[in-house]
Design a binder for this molecule. Sequence first.
Ligand SMILES: [Zn+2]
Length: 318
Amino acid sequence: MEKSFASQADLAEKTVSFDRLSDHAFAYTAEGDPNTGVVIGDDAVLVIDTQATPVMAQDVIRRIRAVTDKPIRYVVLSHYHAVRVLGASAYRPDHVIASRDTYELIAERGAADMKSEIERFPRLFRAVESIPGLTWPTLVFERALTLRLGSLEVRILQLGRGHTRGDTVVWLPEERILFSGDLVEFDATPYAGDCYFEEWPATLDALVALEPAKLVPGRGRALQSAEDVARGIAGTRAFVCELYAEVKRGVAAGRDLRSIYRRVSTELRPKYGHWVIFDHCLPFDVSRAYDEATQYRDPRIWTAERDRQMWESLEARD
Ligand SMILES: [Zn+2]
């Protein structure tokens, strides 16, 4: 049987965890589904990534309300992907914060990305009709923004390109807790369809330089020790570097995308095939790697139509 498109056949609900990392930091995770971070200051709550729909965000809000009644004033978007941002309206925040690059990507490709992502992974868009439209940042920063939530300092940082051009992390310097977005995954396959393979490793170096004691990845459980943080970053780095190196070898040898895809799939599956969404991500990741290794420095826009054409050309039987 041929693989069904992207994650359309993935219908199994995951178990949610709401883990405490410190008095101020919590992680909403779900066995490899997209995570949401929560920071509780003296006078306000900040949420990092929203879940895909307002209805799904209500479960995050319910768990926040079990630990605090402080107002949710801020939503930070780690990047522009629909599955991260389209639940924002549920929090009724004073501000939606994003990097200028993320803001520009929403303007340029947010609508196409929304359509594409909903078709790729319908389970992650429960009650899709509750989405009021694109999520527009109301506070746009460049490089770094410091928020003080009473006595708690929150650093919102754009440290380089990686998973997307606009990647943003949230850093609690006093507690050394990092919310990395999809720059780091744990036991989950990095989606690299909109990434910068050449620059992602250096951005991971910048995360390492912060010396995080704990880290909430974009997918996967909260990493509660320095050893687990190191494993999460190293695993993400290894996947990104090995995939890109294999694609570059294929390009240098003059092979076409389809044959390169098959080779990469064979090479990477033994080591990474057990990570969630491996089969979903790999065609998109190899397509982007091939683009970057040949003629496209910047990721091309994925549309629902381009998704299908790519899948058909890479996954169809001979
Ligand atoms: Zn993403």
